[in-house]
Design a protein around this ligand. Structure first.
Ligand code: SF4
Length: 228
């Protein structure tokens, strides 16, 4: 019986508690060994799966090691290295251009502020948040990817639609200590159970709290449409 708790704050807290139990080791799934690699991996992951990014960065990070390597790279060659990654031509341009900015404006170090990171070509607030959290242990917001967006709406935690609005909304109702883990927990749940097309509500630890549960609700609150 999917019935949410009385307030969105209480609903979010209970959901987070249960997902911590379910996915105790949930964390970022991109591979990297320094901040530059982190930045590049996150830039590459836009509209692309982490799995595919990891496949390509395995050889990319062997060939390009320093920020100068990227800044001085031949853009077509870099794009070819990115192989199967979505929008690899644009991403090669963003990476080369960002590397140049990092050298010229930031002494060759990946910036450690939201302002500095979003100053880089192709880097938005979402990418910057991930780099700050995992590169510098600075948590300034909630990373809202497609899983966070979909499942937060399904569970009635937010009614906002745009990622930027959802982030602001979540920052008002989720305790700050959970901002970073919120994302990883929701991604884990989105991959394992609450998938976009065919969520497994019958095997979901949140079913009794979920106003979108297919077991007793007709509408998917993420899309506002009826379940097929
Ligand atoms: S799997 Fe079903 S019950 Fe669980 S959160 Fe997703 S929509 Fe709700």
């Amino acid at each position: 019986m999917g019935t949410p708790l009385d307030t969105r704050e209480a609903q979010a807290e209970e959901v987070i508690d249960r997902l911590y139990e379910e996915y105790p080791d949930s964390t970022i799934s991109l591979n990297f060994s320094n901040r530059l690699e982190l930045l590049i991996a996150v830039m590459l992951s836009a509209q692309c799966t982490d799995e595919r990014v990891n496949q390509e960065t395995a050889h990319l990070f062997e060939k390009y090691e320093t920020v100068e390597d990227y800044a001085e790279a031949d853009e077509d060659e870099l794009s070819e290295e990115l192989g199967s990654i979505t929008y690899h031509n644009s991403k090669a341009d963003y990476i080369k251009s960002s590397a140049r900015t990092i050298i010229d404006e930031y002494d060759g170090e990946v910036p450690d502020t939201m302002e500095g990171l979003t100053d880089l070509k192709g880097v938005g607030r979402k990418t910057a948040n991930v780099v700050l959290q995992h590169g510098y242990d600075i948590v300034e917001g909630v990373v809202v990817d497609t899983h966070v967006q979909r499942i937060s709406r399904r569970l009635g935690i937010t009614e906002d639609e745009r990622p930027e609005d959802i982030e602001q909304d979540l920052m008002g109702i989720v305790a700050e200590e959970h901002w970073q883990q919120y994302t990883h927990l929701f991604i884990s749940h989105g991959r394992a159970t609450c998938t976009a097309r065919n969520p497994d509500c019958g095997d979901c630890v949140l079913e009794d709290l979920c106003p979108s549960s297919k077991l007793d609700h007709d509408v998917d609150l993420a899309s506002g449409e009826s379940w097929d």
